[in-house]
Unconditional design. Structure first.
Ligand SMILES: [Zn+2]
Ligand SMILES: [Zn+2]
Ligand SMILES: [Zn+2]
Length: 332
């Protein structure tokens, strides 16, 4: 993420701020032009501003912003705490939509409809009814809003024996499934390149997942995969690897913006970073991670980035980076 300053007083503002904490100016963010004073310019605020503190500008011709447009189902607001859960999810989703936009990945389908669509749903109150499963199908990402509750997410993380579970990670993982479909559709060359590194995705998905949950990952998985879950099926490997490409790009850009990578020879900013081979990005990232892991440990926090980037994993990430770069240049 970049850093931003108040259009009125130039004090630093955070990406989620609706107002400047220094001068009180009301702010709105435009994905193309950045922050502006709410009163000035021609843009109108997103219709969700008062509801969930969305600080973005309404997209041209519609009441909602580019990010809120992609949410087609919102949770039942008559249920206590659901508004807050919705707000937390959207606060994590706006940076993702901005990153997809800045990478020039398509955010609308051929008919002009916003895709991927996010459906934010709570489990049914009837405990015997089926639970809402987070996942992707045909351009629709379903997210169980319980993931917005820190305690619940931590409970699942611990139960699933995962080193890391965040809303940001979920969102990055799920959009990967959508972009696999969109970016390979009718492109045998791209599909072939992905199959070469991730394996053949035509193997039965349901059976593969069942086998994964019954037998667990192969013991040598850290040599070849970013996570245990990535071993379940080539689509999951792709989604897990994609999420980590986004973690690295965003993490490196943010570190650059705060002057933490002054000795590194990488060019600055997302547009330039996506042009760099993954082997260079991971080299810089690993050095940063070693330092930040140590700083976290010094304060008794959990590890900052508890993952190993084996050479085979970096090759997968390079295939994803090349795919994103090529799709971004050609507009899909
Ligand atoms: Zn200000
Ligand atoms: Zn909005
Ligand atoms: Zn998945």
């Amino acid at each position: 993420m970049q850093r931003f300053s108040c259009p009125s007083c130039r004090q630093e503002i955070f990406f989620r701020n609706t107002a400047c904490l220094a001068c009180g100016a009301q702010l709105r963010f435009d994905p193309d032009t950045g922050f502006a004073d709410l009163q000035e310019g021609s843009g109108t605020p997103c219709a969700n501003r008062e509801v969930i503190n969305c600080n973005w500008t309404a997209h041209e011709g519609v009441p909602l912003c580019l990010s809120c447009l992609h949410t087609t189902v919102v949770p039942d607001l008559s249920i206590h705490d659901n508004r807050e859960r919705w707000e937390r999810i959207e606060t994590a989703k706006r940076p993702l939509i901005l990153m997809l936009h800045r990478l020039h990945l398509p955010l609308f389908d051929g008919r002009g409809a916003a895709v991927p669509r996010f459906e934010l749903k709570g489990d049914p109150l009837d405990g015997s009814a089926p639970r809402i499963l987070t996942g992707h199908a045909n351009g629709t990402i379903t997210l169980n809003i319980a993931e917005a509750d820190d305690a619940e997410r931590e409970r699942i993380r611990s139960e699933m024996n995962e080193p890391y579970r965040t809303l940001t990670g979920h969102l990055r993982h799920e959009v990967a499934h959508h972009y696999w479909d969109v970016l390979t559709e009718g492109r045998a060359d791209r599909l072939g390149q992905l199959r070469e590194v991730f394996g053949d995705e035509r193997q039965d998905y349901a059976v593969a997942l069942q086998t994964h949950y019954a037998e667990g990952p192969p013991p040598d998985w850290p040599d070849r995969f970013i996570s245990a879950y990535a071993t379940a099926h080539p689509w999951e490997d792709f989604a897990e690897s994609w999420a980590h490409v986004f973690h690295l790009l965003d993490g490196i850009e943010t570190a650059q913006a705060f002057g933490l990578l002054t000795s590194a020879t990488l060019p600055q900013g997302l547009d330039a970073l996506i042009e760099e081979p993954m082997s260079r990005l991971t080299g810089v990232w690993v050095e940063l991670v070693i330092a930040l892991n140590a700083v976290n440990q010094a304060l008794g926090h959990e590890t900052f980035y508890p993952f190993v980037l084996a050479p085979a994993v970096v090759r997968k990430q390079e295939a994803i980076r090349a795919l994103i770069r090529e799709a971004g240049r050609s507009g899909g």
